[in-house]
Design a protein around this ligand. Structure first.
Ligand code: PBG
Length: 330
């Protein structure tokens, strides 16, 4: 008695495996997060993200040119704002000459073909590191949405192709979309962080931007009153549904690896481009374990990114985008 079907036949060498492979990464899958800081000739390594940097505008320009040469075509910008410019209302966020606005203009001038997306959230500008205005220990929703709208408009005026609201306030996609329509930014897109979980994996990112949330006494706080509870799955569908109705062009799940069930659910349910953010803590874990020699860095990077795409991601925001493109060429 022999098996009628021998599945190993399709695995016997790399040529046949390549032929029948269902999911393959390409440079077109990636969105590259970039951290920007004030100053000149600065390329500062982020302590909890080895091999990842904050760039001053002059070096940002150089970095973006290089990324473009490797075949990458989309960046997602984040800025580190000096403490002296932070306040509870995130006023600096819509300064027409703020760091983000200058960063957008810098990238667009240097490499017009690079798609520029901007993070829209108050946390880097907030004295409390929160994504909303804090009042009596609570995060105000609608007043914060007003700030997000101003911020989005100022990014659009600076030339951003897409804004990416990552704050999880209710109703912000509709408010931003309406403001864009009114001001004639009909072609400026919105990539909404639709299912963004209150995750412990954002730690290194908050180091990168010095944006860890605290209360009015400076005691560390979490973001559980606005970001989603990681026990919830159906709620992610509700959030996504709402953002699509409100006018999002692309929706997102964040973090990546622990949330691939959510990615698949959303992919099955909605017909809209879906992004997944492999976040800073996921990056840090791979770096730390591979530095110890416990895992093979490149192999794990490719396996995780492929798994994210296999789960249903059309777009992957990843600190490994450059590595992935290099590995795909090898
Ligand atoms: C800001 C924002 C965060 C991330 C992206 N946008 C941090 C947060 O919500 O606290 C995290 C990205 C990462 O960890 O790589 N709202």
């Amino acid at each position: 008695m022999y098996p009628l079907r021998r599945n190993r036949r399709l695995r016997q060498n790399s040529a046949i495996r390549r032929l029948v492979r269902e999911t393959a990464l390409t440079p077109d899958d990636f969105l590259v997060p970039l951290f920007v800081t004030e100053g000149k000739q600065l390329k500062e390594e982020i302590a909890s993200m080895p091999g990842y940097y904050r760039y001053s505008l002059d070096l940002l320009e150089k970095e973006v040119r290089e990324l473009y040469k490797t075949g990458l075509r989309a960046v997602l910008l984040f800025v580190k704002v000096p403490d002296t410019l932070k306040d509870n209302r995130g006023t600096e966020a819509f300064n027409p000459d703020g760091l983000m606005q200058r960063a957008v203009r810098t990238v667009k001038n240097a490499v017009p073909g690079m798609l520029v997306m901007t993070d829209v959230a108050m946390d880097p500008y907030s004295s409390y590191g929160h994504d909303g205005i804090v009042e009596n220990g609570r995060i105000l929703n609608d007043a914060s949405v007003d700030v997000l709208v101003e911020m989005s408009l100022s990014h659009a005026r600076a030339g951003a192709d897409f804004v990416a609201p990552s704050d999880m306030m209710d109703g912000r996609i509709l408010a931003i979309r309406e403001a864009f329509e009114e001001e004639g930014f009909t072609d400026t897109g919105i990539m909404s962080y639709s299912a963004k979980y209150a995750s412990a994996f954002y730690g290194p990112f908050r180091d990168a931007l010095d944006s860890a949330p605290v209360d009015q006494k400076g005691i560390p706080k979490d973001k559980k009153t606005y970001q989603m509870d990681y026990g919830n799955r159906i709620e992610a569908l509700r959030e996504t549904d709402l953002d699509i109705d409100e006018g999002a062009d692309i929706v997102m799940v964040k973090p990546g690896l622990c949330y691939l069930d959510i990615v698949r659910d959303i992919k099955n349910e909605f017909d809209i481009p879906l992004a997944v953010y492999q976040v800073s803590g996921e990056y840090a874990m791979i770096k730390a374990a591979s530095e110890k020699g416990w895992i093979d860095h490149d192999a794990v990077v490719l396996e995780q990114l492929t798994a994210i795409k296999r789960a249903g991601a059309d777009i992957i925001a990843s600190y490994f985008a450059r590595d992935a493109v290099r590995l795909l060429q090898e």
